[in-house]
Design a binder for this molecule. Structure first.
Ligand code: NDP
Length: 237
């Protein structure tokens, strides 16, 4: 377990699910954690009270608000961009505004937040983006926009790794497979089809993803950048 004593961590999208597990993990490891939320104030305040972290309402679909939030966070040691949404449905029927909103949250926000964070990060800063194994493999219909958004993060991380590398700032993408959250419950209707693709036939736990994030943020991972780290029970294998 890495020691994040007094390190400053910002998690975009931390009120529930994987993001909340990441908040809890960094707090447990000694960090000073701020996280954003949008639609779940109750969950956010409950988590903040329980952990001693700070919750701030910032909609990741609002580019300028995201940039301002990162800028106002001051000297950041670690940025985690977790906020993400899915849009299900035939691409011929999906509302184009819903697709554009997804792209603002899943792609534009990670890009602008990463660049703004790098402006003020000290040498050795860490940026971790939560992508998806669907950036590599999309075995079901109706999720093209989501897959597009998660693949886009791969090119972003490769490019920004080049830009930030000279200052020792790393940027990596963590690519979960099915993880038990509100967005993808372990007992949900997709369970059997998802498990049929996997070698380890269960949903992952948010804490398992948080463990990988913590390792990437820690001192052992200083030479790891511009890379995708898949944690998926072999969903994508
Ligand atoms: P949940 O829907 O359970 O939680 C999403 C989190 O993101 C919430 O804290 C939510 O906050 C926040 N969020 C969503 N939209 C916004 C927004 N516009 N502004 C700010 N915060 C926002 O999702 P998961 O925990 O399952 O997913 C987290 C990440 O992991 C996503 O990027 C997702 O794509 C990825 N992922 C998840 C997988 C899974 O199987 N669960 C698999 C692969 C990847 P609030 O409710 O307050 O708006």
């Amino acid at each position: 377990m890495a020691d994040f004593q007094d390190k400053s961590v910002l998690v975009l999208g931390g009120s529930r699910g994987i993001g909340a597990a990441i908040v809890r993990r960094f707090v447990a490891d000694g960090a000073l954690v701020t996280f954003t939320y949008s639609g779940s104030p109750e969950a956010a305040h409950h988590l903040a009270d329980a952990t001693g972290s700070t919750a701030v309402q910032t909609d990741s679909a609002d580019r300028d608000a995201v940039i301002a939030q990162v800028r106002n966070s001051g000297k950041l040691d670690v940025l985690v961009v977790n906020a993400g949404i899915a849009a299900f449905g035939d691409s011929l029927d999906l509302d184009p505004d819903a697709v554009d909103r997804l792209l603002r949250i899943n792609v534009h926000a990670p890009y602008h937040a990463s660049v703004e964070a790098a402006r003020q990060m000290p040498e050795g800063g860490r940026i971790i983006i939560i992508g998806s194994v669907n950036g590599d493999r999309m075995p079901v219909a109706g999720m093209a926009a989501y897959a597009l958004s998660k693949s886009a993060l791969q090119g972003m991380a490769r490019g920004l790794a080049r830009d930030f590398g000279p200052r020792g700032i790393t940027i990596n993408v963590v690519q979960p497979g099915p993880i038990d959250t509100d967005a993808n419950p372990a007992d949900g209707p997709m369970k059997d089809i998802l498990h049929s693709f996997m070698a380890i036939k269960r949903h992952g736990r948010p804490e398992e993803v948080a463990g990988m994030v913590a390792w990437l943020a820690g001192p052992e991972a200083g030479f790891v950048t511009g890379a995708m780290h898949t944690i998926d029970g072999a969903f994508g294998a």
